[in-house]
Design a protein around this ligand. Structure first.
Ligand SMILES: O=P(O)(O)OC[C@H]1O[C@H](OP(=O)(O)OP(=O)(O)O)[C@H](O)[C@@H]1O
Ligand code: HPA
Ligand SMILES: [Mg+2]
Length: 164
């Protein structure tokens, strides 16, 4: 199955994170927010500004061992939210893909509200609120993982793919 790409610019990320804040505002107020590092940090900053929520905790889950997917490990637990099992807390990540990361956090903070900006079908059941769904075979290219670069004119790449 060919992989597709969905490019997200800084502007789009800002708009989509604000759209998520609009969906979340009536579900609050929140005791605080938990950003899932690293991808959740920037959406969390945008949403914390909109919701005027200044208490931010972080959690770090590592799901890859070198190149291979290994057992997920909690590198940094969300200490401030653990005692309440997440009650009243808002968890933010950039996206949910297979749902592996979300399942680990849900086990730590079962009472929290879990929100992501983007969601793929396999992980969607783990998320309470999200903005945009993309297909499972789509790789989301975030602005912090990309940079603008020269692209050949269509006529040139078309000619080379036709043997010209
Ligand atoms: O639903 P899953 O299959 O678990 O995938 C989603 C997670 O993968 C990415 O994080 P990653 O672990 O690559 O780390 P990063 O945020 O530090 O880049 C993304 O930011 C999500 O947290
Ligand atoms: O689609 C994706 N884009 C960026 N990072 C990711 N981590 C899991 N899935 C993705
Ligand atoms: Mg992440």
């Amino acid at each position: 199955m060919a992989i597709r790409y969905y490019t997200v610019t800084w502007d789009q990320l800002h708009r989509d994170a604000k759209a998520l804040a609009w969906r979340l505002v009536d579900k609050g107020p929140y005791a605080g927010m938990v950003a899932i590092t690293r991808g959740g940090l920037i959406p969390c900053a945008i949403i914390s500004r909109e919701l005027e929520c200044r208490l931010i905790e972080t959690v770090s889950i590592v799901t890859y061992d070198e190149e291979k997917r290994g057992e997920p490990s909690v590198v940094k637990p969300p200490a401030a939210a653990l005692e309440s099992r997440g009650e009243g807390w808002l968890i933010i990540d950039d996206l949910v893909d297979t749902g592996t990361t979300a399942k680990v956090i849900r086990a730590l903070l079962p009472k929290a509200h879990f929100a992501t900006v983007y969601a793929k079908p396999a992980g969607k059941p783990q998320v309470d609120t999200f903005i945009t769904e993309v297909s499972q075979d789509t790789w989301i290219l975030f602005p912090w993982d990309t940079e603008p670069q020269f692209v050949a004119p269509i006529a040139k790449s078309h000619a080379s793919s036709n043997g010209g």
